[in-house]
Design a protein around this ligand. Structure first.
Ligand SMILES: [Mn+2]
Length: 510
């Protein structure tokens, strides 16, 4: 019952004020740098004063502490990430070639004429720069057989007319200091610069992600610069994702925060659940609590699915009313400083599990807990964790008499797979499905963050299971940090024991 002490049901504002969150915040690590940087290097870094194109420690001290470029992450750490990328890409047999790396920021997206969506930065670009500006471009060049490289950031130059409409810009002169790059140039210069640079290089490798380009505006220019010159095209994303999948100490702190906020917000959604209210209302409680606690917004459109709708894995319509005899499945997360949480819980709308719901729920919970243990004991690849899930689900369902006893092990695993057709785990971080180019066939290692999310979905018309278990969808998902010892469950303040759930469902008025 310790967990519940964390969740004293007071008003939403008391419980989830920004003050509470910042008090909870542990001491930050400044950087993942293993050797302490020497004093001279630290002095290279400073954050320009004045109002810039994104929050800084001077203008937004409540968001960013002194000396950091973004929340919890220093200029030095961003610079080191770029250094690591360059040295990895220019490795071995390609040392005699010149390497050019182009990573575009995301472009603004519009929901209709001149009405933009909330801007979301391209995660690869943000990971390397900390820059939140749309349509910026990171350009790096490492000449053949030289140890040095040059970084140029293309940004929007200051422009009083544009700033009147869109708000302040950082501009080239401050950008060089803010992002600690060698040079900044206006984005308008990029096309000519790129064509000129590439035509003069031989032999060279152009590292650019060619598929689903982050910024279609510069895609053609990058492609045609390739034709003019003699460079071969390679994709930097695989290497970048291998870096991103292992979190630095600063990133681990950010992930702890987004997971804590997501957990408390699911608790609040649970507390506000009552028969007769809509799935949409529960979704709103979740989102409100996240944003009040310091998250920018949800990590993805949440699944809030009552009763049999939970058997549709990506149900996001969220427009039905909750009935007292049903369970409610929620799969939701939040984004804070671009880092995402991803949590699933399932609870009875009435606040009391029915006997059959309880059997299924405890079965999935037992599988989930065992899988988290296995992550620590065996550090398996995530694909292997999926095999474990199917085996365990099949076994437990058979023990409960939900699947027949007279089928062999292979058939049992196949039946379990049909009842949980989604993967049990993915990497988590700047993207919800983080570092997708890192295969799930590699063993997990320290400082990876992964989800563990077994589920069971029994359609109302599934005659292969007893009728009393049909029309139910259950998923339990936690976000887990791989460590030397036991895996650390970053979402462990989100209640999941039967008793704890029954103690809070319906206890808070909306
Ligand atoms: Mn997930």
């Amino acid at each position: 019952m310790n967990r519940l002490n964390l969740f004293r049901l007071r008003s939403v504002t008391d419980q989830f004020s920004v003050k509470n969150i910042s008090r909870w915040k542990p001491i930050r690590h400044l950087s993942s740098f293993k050797n302490p940087p020497d004093a001279e290097r630290i002095q290279q870094f400073s954050i320009p004063k004045g109002i810039l194109g994104q929050p800084t420690c001077h203008t937004h001290p409540h968001l960013i502490s002194h000396g950091n470029l973004t929340c919890g992450v220093t200029q030095l750490e961003y610079k080191e990430r770029r250094e690591t990328l360059v040295s990895k890409l220019a490795e071995a047999e390609n040392l005699h070639k010149t390497h050019v790396i182009v990573i575009p920021a995301a472009r603004k997206q519009y929901m209709s004429d001149k009405i933009p969506y909330v801007f979301r930065q391209n995660s690869d670009f943000f990971y390397l720069t900390g820059c939140l500006e749309p349509s910026a471009i990171l350009f790096m060049i490492k000449p053949a057989d030289r140890d040095t490289y040059k970084t140029i950031l293309f940004v929007h130059e200051k422009d009083s007319h544009a700033e009147l409409w869109e708000g302040p810009r950082t501009g080239c002169s401050a950008a060089t200091t803010l992002y600690s790059v060698d040079e900044s140039q206006p984005v308008e210069n990029f096309n000519n610069f790129m064509l000129r640079t590439l035509s003069s290089l031989k032999p060279a490798v152009l590292w650019y992600h060619n598929e689903s380009p982050a910024n279609p505006d510069i895609h053609d220019v990058v492609r045609s610069s390739l034709k003019q010159g003699h460079a071969s095209l390679e994709d930097p994303q695989k290497c970048l994702h291998q870096m991103r999948v292992v979190k630095s100490p600063a990133e681990v702190e950010l992930m702890k925060e987004t997971c804590y906020i997501g957990s408390q917000s699911v608790n609040m959604a649970m507390a506000c659940t009552k028969p007769g209210i809509s799935e949409h209302a529960v979704s709103s409680v979740f989102e409100y609590t996240c944003r009040m606690s310091g998250a920018e917004h949800g990590a993805f459109p949440p699944v809030v699915a009552g009763g049999p709708r939970a058997t549709h894995i990506h149900y996001v319509a969220n427009n039905q009313l909750l009935q007292k005899e049903h369970m409610l499945l929620i799969d939701a997360g939040c984004q804070r400083w671009l880092y995402n949480s991803d949590i699933s819980r399932t609870w009875p709308v009435s606040g009391k599990f029915s006997a059959h719901h309880k059997i299924l729920y405890e079965l999935v919970l037992a599988v989930q807990k065992r899988l988290i243990e296995l992550l620590g004991e065996q550090r398996p690849p995530l694909d292997q964790l999926f095999d474990h899930m199917c085996r365990l689900l099949g076994l437990y369902l058979q023990q409960e008499g939900i699947l027949p006893k007279n089928i062999d092990a292979n058939e049992l695993i196949g039946r379990a797979y049909r009842l949980c057709p989604h993967h049990v785990s993915h990497y988590l971080g700047l993207d919800v499905h983080d570092s997708p180019l890192v295969r799930r066939r590699i063993p997990v290692t320290n400082n990876m963050i992964v989800t563990v999310e077994p589920g069971i979905y029994i359609r109302p018309d599934d005659t292969s299971v007893p009728p009393e278990f049909r029309g139910v969808g259950i998923r339990i998902e936690d976000d887990v940090l791989i460590t030397d010892g036991h895996p650390l469950i970053l979402t462990d303040t989100c209640v999941k024991e039967v008793n704890d759930i029954e103690a809070i469902v319906g206890k808070q008025n909306i």
